[in-house]
Design a protein around this ligand. Structure first.
Ligand SMILES: Nc1ncnc2c1ncn2[C@@H]1O[C@H](COP(=O)(O)OP(=O)(O)OP(=O)(O)O)[C@@H](O)[C@H]1O
Ligand SMILES: [Mg+2]
Length: 264
């Protein structure tokens, strides 16, 4: 299993990056795939055509609340992390044709309950092992890093906007990740749709991290988001999609299909 995480300031394109990465892995046949929405705004669902409410799926926060605060944390028999894992399989996992989806939700982000935290960590560790790729969409704030729900990730894609603050954000994120001891293989810099590609080198100098390309501006993607259409349905030649594909390939996510049929 490999875990990919998006990061960056508000509105830079984190969620659309994750949606387009999902499109890439689905089209390459690199499944099973799990998408995890950590953002309380829950915009990733709409971007991949999932409506948790109408599917009757609860957020992880709701399940933690139900399991540990309503039912009490000390029911005999099953250890806490197994109890929450069972609940997630039952009511917290949207199982789609091409990918599964879960949302962390808000209560969890706002409150801090040590037992649920620890239980969730254990549950996620086991649950995510069932997938080839786990794609995590982060909120703009960095607070969620302190929770360390995922103590080990593979690649972190930090999306840049064209402001000084963007570089500061990356440096701060990097410090927090190290100080809370989240293990990772790579942190990549990615230019957001408004980021001038020429500044890639400067971004590298400022942060000491590797810049692996820019997400192209895409009018069609914008109108899809406005209409609430799934980005998975964007045409394969959509500029944003093509650029995300290139970025992932640069990060080493080259599918067998790509290797065998590079033109496709
Ligand atoms: N490649 C793109 N080209 C043009 N517009 C884009 C592109 N990617 C995203 N956008 C626009 O930017 C807006 C924000 O995108 P997105 O929701 O992916 O960002 P985010 O970083 O996840 O935001 P938040 O911090 O609110 O979670 C979208 O509504 C969309 O209209
Ligand atoms: Mg988002």
């Amino acid at each position: 299993m490999k875990m990919l995480v998006s990061m960056g300031r508000g509105g830079v394109g984190k969620s659309s990056f994750i949606a387009l990465a999902a499109k890439y892995f689905i089209e390459a046949g690199e499944t099973p795939l799990l998408l995890v929405d950590v953002d309380p705004d829950q915009s990733l669902g709409e971007m991949v055509g999932v409506d948790l409410k109408s599917a009757g799926i609860l957020s992880i926060s709701e399940l933690l609340y139900e399991t540990f605060l309503e039912e009490g944390g000390t029911a005999a028999g099953m250890p806490p992390s197994e109890r929450i894992e069972v609940k997630i399989w039952e009511k917290g996992l949207y199982e789609g044709e091409h990918f599964d989806f879960m949302s962390i939700g808000t209560k969890y982000i706002e409150g801090c309950y040590c037992l649920p935290d620890a239980a969730l960590k254990g549950a996620l560790e086991r649950l995510t092992k069932n997938y080839k790729y786990v794609l995590i969409d982060s909120p703009a704030g960095l607070e969620q890093l302190n929770r360390r729900i995922t103590p080990k990730v593979n690649d972190i894609f930090t999306i840049l906007d064209p402001s000084r603050k963007s570089f500061e954000h990356v440096k701060r994120a990097y410090r927090i990740i190290q100080s809370v001891n989240i293990k990772f293989d790579n942190i990549y810099l990615v230019g957001g749709y408004e980021f001038p590609d020429e500044l890639g080198e400067k971004a590298e100098e400022e942060t000491g991290l590797k810049y692996i390309g820019k997400i192209e501006y895409d009018e069609e993607l914008r109108s899809y988001v406005l209409q609430g259409k799934s980005l998975l349905e964007l045409p394969s030649n959509s500029p944003a999609y093509v650029s995300v594909k290139r970025i992932l390939e640069k990060a080493g996510y080259i599918s067998l299909k790509q290797l065998l049929f590079p033109e496709s």
